[in-house]
Design a protein around this ligand. Structure first.
Ligand SMILES: [Zn+2]
Length: 361
């Protein structure tokens, strides 16, 4: 297995471009700081914001490197990341780390895994924070029915064989319209019931798509939960309720669903492909404060997924050193990425990113 890979000049230039893109985000943060000052916001809040700007300013710009002069090789060891959810570098890093942590667990259940999407109607920026909080509460409640901790008389939630799920929040936006929704990878033992689709309803798009009884029921359950109505057999299966449903689909988990599950919580581009406006940024900044994008339940509950851990072990580091097979002592230094991107004298090597899932196969 390869222990190091070459970092192409093109890749370096891309990373450098991210830093340039971050400028726009930093300009928005500075504008927020000015607004805070005008509104006489508490000093600690303003300081928090300016620390954030400083960290983003330096994000991924400096690497600890090992230089092997004779072989013209530079080994990139470690970079400093700001970990901000709007940072172009850190979003990517977080996405990879999360996927890497969950993948081995997901592989185990691959044949029983489904991809569910739960949506609610779009809301205004003013309502976004409370909508997201409420969705999280409703989702938690839904899980307590699926895992049998709560029951509804007359409905057998146990028949689906729910084992656990990974819930991921994504928000799309366009002017003052925000569309939060969940991508969920769920494990169900009873695949026959989940995959038996024969119901044609308002979400079917003229029969283009049929739903299972479970999906149809969830559309109604999700609506009732979000609208704070009581869940009973009667309210769920009420005849008059055909229109009072929110979209919910559950399909077999496909390879490209990983990208949806571990995609960005918020893209820097709106649905119109325009860079986010200041108002969008400000709304999302406050609405997503302390909001976790990805949460595991049941069999996935204990998967720790933070972006804080170092991404190589001592052993791996040793292997990299052997691979270089050079007697010359390395020169360890901080190097600004802008300089590395322009310097073509060296071949750049970085530890090979390995999916933990590869080991299981
Ligand atoms: Zn960053």
């Amino acid at each position: 297995m390869n222990q190091v890979k070459e970092v192409k000049q093109r890749h370096m230039a891309n990373v450098y471009r991210n830093a340039v893109k971050n400028r726009e985000i930093m300009d928005y943060l500075i504008r927020m700081g000015v607004e805070m000052a005008v509104a006489k916001a508490p000093r600690y809040e303003r300081e928090k914001l300016f620390n954030k700007i400083n960290r983003m300013e330096n994000c991924n710009k400096f690497w600890t490197t090992e230089t092997h002069e004779a072989s013209h090789i530079k080994l990139l060891l470690h970079t400093y990341l700001c970990k901000d959810k709007f940072c172009c570098n850190c979003k990517r890093v977080k996405q990879h780390v999360m996927e890497n942590r969950y993948l081995p667990y997901m592989e185990i259940y691959r044949n029983l895994m489904y991809h569910a999407v739960l949506t609610v109607p779009a809301c205004s920026g003013k309502k976004l924070k409370e909508t997201i909080q409420h969705m999280a509460e409703c989702f938690k409640t839904l899980v307590t029915y699926l895992n049998g901790n709560k029951i509804i008389q007359g409905i057998n939630f146990g028949q689906y064989g729910y084992q656990g799920c990974i819930r991921s929040l994504e928000i799309k936006y366009n002017s003052d319209k925000y569309q939060p929704h969940y991508h969920v990878s769920t494990v169900f033992d009873n695949t026959a019931v989940i995959e038996n689709k024969n119901i044609n309803n308002m979400f079917s798009d003229n029969g283009e798509r049929l739903f299972s009884e479970f999906e149809s029921m969830l559309q109604r359950v999700w609506f009732l939960l979000i609208n704070r109505q009581r869940l009973t057999y009667k309210s769920i299966f009420a005849e008059t309720a055909e229109q009072d449903r929110y979209s919910c689909i559950i399909d077999k988990f496909e390879a490209n669903d990983y990208d949806k599950l571990f995609g960005y919580m918020v893209k820097n581009l709106s649905e119109d492909n325009e860079f986010m406006e200041y108002d969008n940024f400000r709304t999302l900044y406050y609405a997503l404060n302390r909001v976790r994008q990805i949460q595991g339940y049941g069999i996935f509950y204990n998967v720790t997924a933070t972006e804080d851990d170092p991404d190589y072990t001592e052993q791996e580091y040793q292997d990299i050193a052997d691979f270089i097979a050079s007697d010359e002592p390395p020169v360890i230094a901080y190097e600004p990425l802008s300089r590395l991107a322009k310097n073509t004298t060296y071949t750049y090597l970085k530890k090979q990113y390995r999916r933990q899932g590869d080991i299981i196969k």
